[in-house]
Design a binder for this molecule. Structure first.
Ligand code: NAD
Length: 474
């Protein structure tokens, strides 16, 4: 029998009679079990969070910062165990798992330094008016399977820094690293302030419709985000939604092919392409298209697909069977339409593990499914363009609006393009760079609200204006 990882409710490690199996996507072996919570366990977790809120919301902010930093230190102290566990449940190569685990403590430490300042609206002989921020209360956090621990801690840190308490649910596909983290923080965070519970997808709607939850912070697909928004409308819960993306990279004719090809590759294939802000459409200027696409393809052939625990693996398996089937379907669609493949395209169905070969398409049409839809896998379409106006229109021709990039030596031209892209983030000459200090959020159907930075922290608070009529009593 594999190890059962307990949940954290009200400062105690607890299990349920029913459990869910967790599978290693590299070999489809069961590597652990987790509790399968339902309404009863959720009620206990929410009640614990509600009770803890009374004290925690009044705890001095510097004490709250210290708790967050102690949690980050616990991650650092258990770095090796955590990154190996992460690879075994998520599939990403060890180096990328190390990057995620290192990013978790960096994110928590960074967020712990943020401050919500009071603002003065009026300071006259007649009146003093100031705006302060107050925590919303009990927060439900729901996270996906692509960066399980990072997505969890980047919600936990600002929530509890603001004075809120939390009930967090990892994805049923990748709960193990987060539950190991729960064990590590059990004696660091006061009982009830952070509760971590696991269950099927069906636990999600129970959380978002729970009458004693005040706010939902969600990262996942746009389809689920819409359901959450609909559910939250019943009692006007506050929401933050970080959703899907179909991010465009625009490569201008002056980009240095030798320098940029490898970076463009990793902007799409890191984490086997399973990143909301991965470059999912790459537009290359026609003057350098042939040279750049050949350089990307040549580099791609040097990268090994395999078990993330093996040394030398650059691209791991797809995290789960459902996503594997979806990526295979998109590749089959491209084949049946006769699109040209520069690299890959042939999935080997024999053997175990959800492996998709690195696949690069050569200038498929704009309405191809592989271009128009978020692939979320190691499949990248390269497309040719002629003018800045044309490529801006093509990049913006999407319901998504998460991020984008421009690659050029001419940063003025890059910024001019960036300012016309309908996305929450635009990078010039890099990709995937996120920091605890800059707000990150989607335009259009990529999200609602923001995470990170003071703006992200504010999302866990209400504003309250207090006004004193100074001359009323004299
Ligand atoms: P998903 O929407 O299927 O699931 C995300 C989480 O929601 C899981 O924990 C799941 O159990 C839960 N859930 C499922 N149905 C629910 C419901 N009806 N109510 C409440 N919760 C429910 O997403 P996924 O497949 O796990 O993740 C992939 C998606 O996440 C991609 O679209 C990707 O772009 C997006 N994503 C976005 C960001 C971002 O920051 N914008 C980051 C990572 C991933």
């Amino acid at each position: 029998m594999t190890h059962l990882y307990p949940n954290l409710i009200n400062g105690e490690l607890v299990t349920t009679d029913a459990s869910l199996d967790v599978v290693n996507p590299a070999n489809e072996q069961v590597i652990g079990r987790v509790p399968s919570c339902g309404a009863a366990e959720l009620d206990r977790a929410v009640a614990a969070a509600r009770a803890a809120f009374k004290t925690w919301s009044k705890t001095p902010v510097d004490d709250r910062r210290a708790v967050i930093r102690n949690m980050a230190a616990a991650i650092d102290a258990n770095f090796d165990e955590l990154f190996r566990l992460l690879t075994s449940e998520q599939g990403k190569p060890h180096a990328q798992a190390q990057y995620e685990i290192g990013g978790c403590s960096a994110m928590m430490n960074g967020q712990s330094t943020l401050t919500l300042e009071e603002t003065i609206n009026e300071d006259t002989d007649e009146r003093l008016s100031r705006t302060r921020r107050v925590p919303v209360g009990v927060v439900a956090g729901i996270v996906p399977w692509n960066f399980p621990l990072l997505m969890a801690v980047q919600k936990i840190a600002p929530a509890i820094l603001s004075g809120c308490t939390m009930v967090l649910k990892p994805s049923p596909f990748t709960p193990l690293t987060t539950l190991r983290f729960a064990e590590l923080i059990k004696d660091i965070v006061p009982a009830g302030v952070v509760n971590i519970i696991t269950g099927e997808d069906s636990l999600g709607p129970l959380m978002t419709s729970h009458p004693d939850v005040d706010k939902i912070t969600f990262t996942g697909s746009t389809a689920t985000g819409k359901k959450i928004m609909e559910g939250a409308s019943k009692d006007l819960k506050r929401i933050t939604l970080e959703l899907g993306g179909n991010d465009a990279s625009i490569v201008l004719p002056d980009a240095d092919v030798a320098k940029v090809a490898e970076q463009l590759f990793w902007s799409s294939f890191t984490n086997a392409g399973q990143i909301c802000v991965a470059a999912k459409r790459i537009y290359i200027h026609e003057d350098i298209y042939d040279e750049m696409s050949a350089a990307i393809a040549e580099y791609a052939r040097t990268v090994t697909v395999g078990d993330g625990a093996n040394q030398g693996t650059g691209v791991g398996p797809i995290q789960n069977k459902k996503q594997f089937d979806r990526v295979c379907e998109l590749i089959e669609d491209a084949k049946s339409n006769g699109y040209k493949f520069l690299v890959g395209g042939n999935v080997d169905p024999s053997g175990s593990g959800y492996y998709v070969p690195i696949t690069i398409l050569d200038n498929p049409p704009e309405d191809a499914r592989i271009v128009a839809e978020e692939q979320f896998g190691p499949v990248m379409p390269l497309m040719k363009f002629s003018t800045d106006d044309e490529v801006i229109a093509r990049a913006n021709n999407s319901d998504y609006g998460l991020a984008g990039a421009v690659w050029t030596k001419d940063t003025d031209r890059g910024v001019a393009i960036a300012e016309q892209l309908e996305t929450g983030t635009v990078w010039i000459n890099e990709f995937l760079h996120l920091t605890p200090f800059a707000p990150f959020g989607g335009h259009k159907q990529s999200g609602f609200g923001a995470e990170y930075g003071v703006e992200g922290l504010q999302e866990f608070t209400y504003s309250q204006v207090i006004t004193i009529k100074r001359d009323a009593l004299v």
